[in-house]
Design a protein around this ligand. Structure first.
Ligand SMILES: N[C@@H](CCC(=O)N[C@@H](CS)C(=O)NCC(=O)O)C(=O)O
Length: 234
């Protein structure tokens, strides 16, 4: 049985199954990328809830694994060379799990980089921009009198949806005919934008029928349905 006791995070979140991938997360659009991927691949894992209500992400134990105090993070007892591997940043986690499982990234080099390119488009564009839109439209920024910041993120979110719309006009999924980690990164954010952030009308979502089509296909996947609720909120 692997020994994870050298990792301080296991003191706050003890591993009941230290032979499984340890997931530290919360079902947010970034968090569910990891749980959906783990469900899609069937890799054995043990989820641990990082509660923002109790600021768990700021605890020394969590920071020992991710100094950037953000979920998701994982600890794989059986990483490269059979050694434990700790990893944060959802994009890095998706690439790692795809390589480990040999799934959801094209095997040919050109196809692989194309899928990674769209994954990075989510990490650098969709995530940060939709997130800011949420802040200014739904959360604390909603009260700000000056609407220019909100309008800026609405315009940028629309532009990004337009890029996705064009890309999906002649493809089943973002990387082509096959579902990939680029979809697992992008669609939790699109779902969140029109759902939790209540920005469907604000961004004119009905003008993006191909994005809506792929979102519908995404949320029907059994692994997505399951992953969206993991780790269960206490
Ligand atoms: N680039 C990071 C972003 C992660 C992120 O922003 N996580 C949010 C939840 S969606 C978080 O942990 N926020 C807690 C905090 O900022 O204190 C990733 O993709 O993993």
């Amino acid at each position: 049985m692997p020994d994870l006791s050298a990792f301080p995070i296991t003191r706050k979140w003890p591993a009941q199954h230290p032979d499984r991938i340890q997931l530290y997360s919360l079902p947010t659009p970034n968090g569910v990328k990891a749980s959906i991927m783990l469900e899609e691949t069937g890799l054995a894992y043990e989820p641990h809830l990082v509660s923002f209500e109790t600021q768990d992400q700021m605890s020394p134990e969590f920071l020992s694994l991710n100094p950037n105090n953000k979920i998701p993070a994982i600890l794989d007892p059986n990483g490269p060379g059979g050694q434990p591997l700790a990893l944060f940043e959802s994009g890095a986690i998706l690439i790692y799990l795809a390589d480990k499982a040999g799934r959801f990234l094209p095997a040919d080099a050109a196809g692989r980089y194309e899928a990674i390119q769209w994954l990075m488009f989510q990490m650098g564009g969709i995530g940060p921009m939709f997130g800011q839109l949420g802040f200014f439209h739904k959360f604390a920024g909603k009260e700000y009198e000056d609407k220019r910041p909100r309008d800026r993120y609405v315009a940028e979110s629309k532009r990004l949806l337009g890029v996705l719309e064009q890309r999906l006009a002649d493809r089943a999924w973002i990387a082509g005919n096959d579902y990939s980690i680029a979809d697992i990164a992008i669609f939790p954010w699109v779902r969140n934008l029109v759902g939790f952030y209540e920005a469907r009308e604000l961004v004119g979502f009905d003008s993006f029928p191909n994005v809506a089509r792929v979102l519908a296909a995404f949320v029907e996947r059994p692994a997505v349905i399951k992953g969206l609720g993991i780790p269960a909120r206490g």
